[in-house]
Design a protein around this ligand. Structure first.
Ligand code: ITT
Ligand code: NA
Length: 183
């Protein structure tokens, strides 16, 4: 089977391809859905998936992934605004903010929504870590400033990041669900 991953972010696609290999082929589908204003990543992802499915010619199911970095002492900022903040402030300045905090705990959260046009399912994942000065050149986005167990996500390969990341955990739930659907 083929799933169409609706995203402008090739890094997300690479992670999903690696994770779902053997279960589904992943095609990137470049479509800019409307991000509804919501604190819920699952709601944003589900509404994006349904909109993209309607707009996309073809029958293959689609997935949308909405993710963000949540800094505990900043009340969860940038959270659902992570993409905007990356584009405007940039990762280096988010670290500068983090550097000024007593508590640098942060989490990545991710919601993956899957729809086949009839039903929509959402799967979520999170990982705890802390903000650090940028290290590593793998991954994408905030990976260089997010450290988990002594390594930043940018210092990990795709498989290593997938094994513990927010996206990997959400994709694991999707993979289990797809495997059950296949039975
Ligand atoms: P699409 O919406 O087109 O999928 P996007 O990059 O805008 O692409 P999001 O709306 O989910 O994706 O934005 C999430 C923000 O968080 C964005 O700045 C990403 O770079 C960042 N992000 C998401 N997942 C990440 C990860 O695994 N590692 C580092 N940064 C991540
Ligand atoms: Na986005």
């Amino acid at each position: 089977r083929t799933v169409r991953f609706v995203t402008t972010n090739a890094g997300k696609v690479a992670e999903a391809e690696e994770y779902l290999s053997g279960l589904a082929d992943v095609d990137q589908y470049d479509y800019d859905y409307v991000e509804v204003q919501s604190d819920s990543l699952a709601e944003i992802a589900a509404s994006g998936a349904e909109e993209a499915y309607e707009a996309a010619p073809g029958d293959d199911p689609v997935i949308v992934d909405d993710a963000g970095l949540f800094v505990k002492e900043l009340e969860g900022f940038p959270g659902p605004y992570s993409a905007y903040v990356e584009d405007t402030l940039g990762v280096e300045r988010v670290w500068k903010l983090g550097e000024s905090l007593d508590n640098r705990r942060a989490a990545f959260r991710c919601a993956v929504a899957y729809t086949d046009g009839d039903a929509t399912e959402t799967f979520s994942g999170a990982v705890q870590g802390q903000l650090v000065a940028p290290r590593g050149d793998g991954g994408f986005g905030y990976d260089p400033i997010f450290e988990h167990d002594g390594k930043t996500f940018a210092e990990m390969g795709t498989a290593e990041k997938n094994a513990l990341s927010h996206r990997g955990r959400a994709l694991a739930k999707l993979a289990d669900w797809l495997a059950e659907e296949n039975e």
